[in-house]
Design a protein around this ligand. Structure first.
Ligand code: FAD
Length: 303
């Protein structure tokens, strides 16, 4: 079986950042990616905080990242990793369609949206419930929608939806927002946006599709019913690390602690980007991690 020097799991900013450096160094590697190359940027309605670009649509930036991979002729395996094990100093990566072996692995698989945990949330996914306004926002043109959450991702989704929907409710459990003041101010200035705090979702209404949401006031327990066509629960992310079958890699939040070279507690296993334990998840941080990890990988392989 062919043995790679390195396999990178995930072709988001972290994986791509590392791939560009490993290619320059002449390392034998491949990127394994299950989604659209470019990763989460593809679903970001608008990217801020990325030096060199001014408020660029996420999908446009993702195309630029992908183009770099094509220009450098970087090998991408379109597959989903199901398990990662270590046997006799080699990593075994089992995917849906193939099995691969490598001396080192970089985990750059990012995060997925966290479920709110309400009844009908799974059942009505795709029937009024969505985690991505870029993908599904157009279904709610002229309708009433609600965004649940108070971080930057939720605020940006709400701004994007306000240009499409008739009415956008933003429901957040605290009176203060975790997201940036600039985004909150932008939302407050929009005539079709209503910010409702401190409320939590209580019950999703609708049988075959979402028709409304009951919310609960956290201070006095009172309920309010909103009539809705769409619901976007954006309350946080969980790391895509469930495929790691090696003991001691994950912490209690299922993220991956690493040292300064981006190596985890397991020799040869590196991680970067949104799978790390961190407060802020941003493109430039992920890209930075990928670059640093590539140096760690090159040093590790040369030992
Ligand atoms: C709505 C929204 C708006 C945002 N706005 C901004 C912004 O303005 N500025 C900013 O800097 N950041 C922004 N971000 C955050 C930014 O997109 C992320 O921090 C960044 O993409 C993380 O990069 P990553 O490489 O760690 O992971 P990701 O970009 O998540 O890429 C991970 C890749 O791994 C793949 N993958 C996952 N599991 C597997 C598996 N089992 N097998 C194979 N492949 C797998 C995924 O398909 C994906 O392609 C935003 C995010 C969202 C959701």
């Amino acid at each position: 079986m062919e043995i790679y020097d390195c396999l990178i799991i995930g072709a988001g900013p972290c994986g791509i950042g590392a791939a560009l450096k490993l290619k320059e160094a002449g390392i034998k590697f491949a990127l394994i990616n299950s989604g659209t190359p470019g990763g989460k940027i593809n679903v970001a309605p608008r990217v801020d905080n990325y030096p060199g670009e001014h408020e660029i649509p996420g999908s446009d930036l993702a195309v630029k990242f992908f183009q770099r991979l094509l220009d450098k002729d970087i090998p991408i395996i379109g597959d989903a990793v199901l398990s990662l094990k270590k046997e006799n100093d080699l990593f075994i990566v089992e995917c849906e369609f193939g099995k691969y072996t490598a001396k080192t692995v970089l985990i750059a698989s990012g995060t997925r949206e966290r479920k709110v945990g309400l009844a009908k949330e799974e059942e009505l996914l795709g029937h009024g419930i969505s985690y991505c306004s870029i993908c599904d926002g157009h279904f709610f043109k002229g309708g009433d929608v609600a965004v649940i959450g108070g971080g930057n991702a939720a605020l940006k989704e709400a701004i994007h939806l306000a240009a499409i929907a008739k009415k956008v409710y933003v429901i957040h459990r605290r009176n203060e927002f975790r997201g940036s003041v600039k985004l909150v101010d932008e939302l407050r200035a929009m005539p079709n946006v209503e910010i409702i705090t401190p409320y939590i979702p209580f019950e999703i209404l609708g049988e075959d599709k979402v028709t409304g949401l009951v919310i609960e006031n956290r201070e006095n327990g009172s309920h309010r019913e909103l009539k809705l066509d769409g619901l976007f629960p954006l309350v946080g992310q969980d790391p895509n690390t469930q495929f790691i079958k090696i003991d001691g890699v994950l912490n209690e939040w299922n993220t991956i602690p690493v040292d300064r070279s981006m190596m985890s507690s397991v020799p040869g296993l590196f991680a970067g980007g949104d799978v790390l334990p961190r407060e802020i998840r941003q493109i430039y941080l992920a890209e930075h991690d990928g670059m640093v990890a590539s140096k760690g990988i090159i040093d590790y392989l040369s030992k």
